[in-house]
Design a protein around this ligand. Structure first.
Ligand SMILES: *Cc1c(COP(=O)(O)O)cnc(C)c1O
Length: 372
């Protein structure tokens, strides 16, 4: 028995509010038991699994509004592997990185290497938002659409005045499937499926423009050393055959396919965008009104609709709140570990029910009352 027992009427139906891994819908699990399970233990070089990959690729293209000439490329290793793959395979000479937190900084680190010029890094105080700026000699601009460590959102927009042929790299790991966007405003929209797509980790996906594919093929034809696993050219070639270089997690692909179809059946990305907006608006309004809490990101326009960060009064320990919540089945609302703030962080991904978010606020109100 937990020491503080949250009344049942304040408990969400689903207590998973983590930023990845995140809530997987029961319907996805049921569909897996009924259909997906048949694919387990079968070859990824044969039609049943290749058709599953194709279903994912076609579904993502439809969800992303079918931008002409763009392709869905995939590979193993999650978004973290994609950073190194892009460093080896896609950045020509020099990048500019916009850094709003840990994830943006990690890509800047991958691009700080012996074969590229040192990137220009634009980095501010956590919780703030800055802008990429046109810079002569920069061929790659990189930023996170949603910086998951702080809950700062950045619009998907090309840098005005950038050199001809410069590519835009959007880390959409926690934004894809939860925020609507115009694909023409980016060249590489990459993500992993364990966030809004309610699947499991381990794969990366990238919506790539014709210019991004052309750049990748051009670099692959030079004498630059590129490890096979990190070759985006190899990933493109395999993706066109609905497969990956090495063995993928089949269940991950199945959960993802189910989530994409569910999004499309409900109205696509515009609908998903409304879902996450409604849930996050509710949380921000609640935090604004609460005497003991404030939204961490001070400018409302910079606040993420998929990852809500809330600071707590010094009088109350956020870690104590999350401990009690966890004992009552509400999990993973802890602040990003390296941010070091007295904070809770809540994912309002597409699968998260607004009703459950409302219950969560009631549960927190109750716990704060008990701890006071
Ligand atoms: C979660 C996350 C990552 C890391 O994804 P992995 O698949 O675990 O490598 C990268 N960028 C952002 C913005 C994220 O939210």
């Amino acid at each position: 028995m937990p020491e503080i027992k949250i009344p049942t009427e304040f408990l969400p139906v689903d207590g998973r509010f983590g930023c990845g891994p995140s809530k997987v819908r029961p319907a996805q699990l049921a569909a897996f038991a009924a259909e997906g399970a048949k694919l387990m233990g079968t070859s990824h070089r044969q039609a049943p699994v290749k058709n599953l990959v194709k279903r994912v690729q076609e579904g993502l293209m439809e969800l992303f509004h079918n931008p002409a000439g763009y392709e869905i490329v995939l590979g193993n290793g999650g978004s973290t592997a994609f950073w190194d793959a892009a460093a080896f395979s896609m950045v020509e000479k020099k990048a500019q990185n916009l850094v709003h937190g840990e994830f943006g900084a990690k890509f800047a680190n991958s691009l700080t290497n012996p074969w590229l010029e040192k990137p220009t890094v634009i980095s501010g105080e956590p919780g703030s938002r800055l802008e990429l700026k046109a810079e002569a000699g920069v061929d790659s601009y990189a930023y996170a659409q949603n910086e998951t460590s702080t809950g700062v959102v950045t619009p998907v927009k090309r840098v005005a005045g950038a050199d001809a042929g410069a590519l835009m790299f959007t880390d959409a790991t926690s934004a894809a499937g939860g925020i609507d966007f115009d694909a023409k405003e980016t060249d590489v929209y990459y993500f992993a499926p364990q966030k809004n797509f309610a699947s499991d980790g381990g794969l990366w996906f990238a919506l790539m423009s014709p210019a991004a594919i052309e750049r990748t093929e051009r670099i692959a034809a030079t004498n630059r050393y590129i490890p096979e696993f990190l070759s985006v050219k190899t990933a493109i070639d395999n993706s066109r055959l609905n497969q990956t270089l090495n063995t993928p997690a089949i269940a991950t692909l199945f959960f993802l396919a189910e989530q994409i179809d569910w999004m499309i059946a409900n109205g696509g990305l515009a609908w998903a965008d409304q879902q996450t907006k409604a849930a996050s608006d509710y949380l921000y309004s609640w935090a604004d009104a609460a005497s003991f809490a404030t939204p961490f990101v001070s400018n409302p326009e910079h606040r993420s609709q998929v990852v809500v960060t809330i600071d707590f009064d010094e009088a109350i320990q956020a870690t104590e709140i999350s401990k009690v919540l966890r004992a009552n089945g509400i999990v993973d609302v802890d602040s990003y570990r390296k941010l070091g703030r007295n904070q809770l962080r809540v994912a309002t991904f597409t699968a998260t029910d607004l009703e459950d978010v409302k219950k969560l606020t009631k549960a927190i109100d109750f716990v704060v009352g008990e701890l006071a």
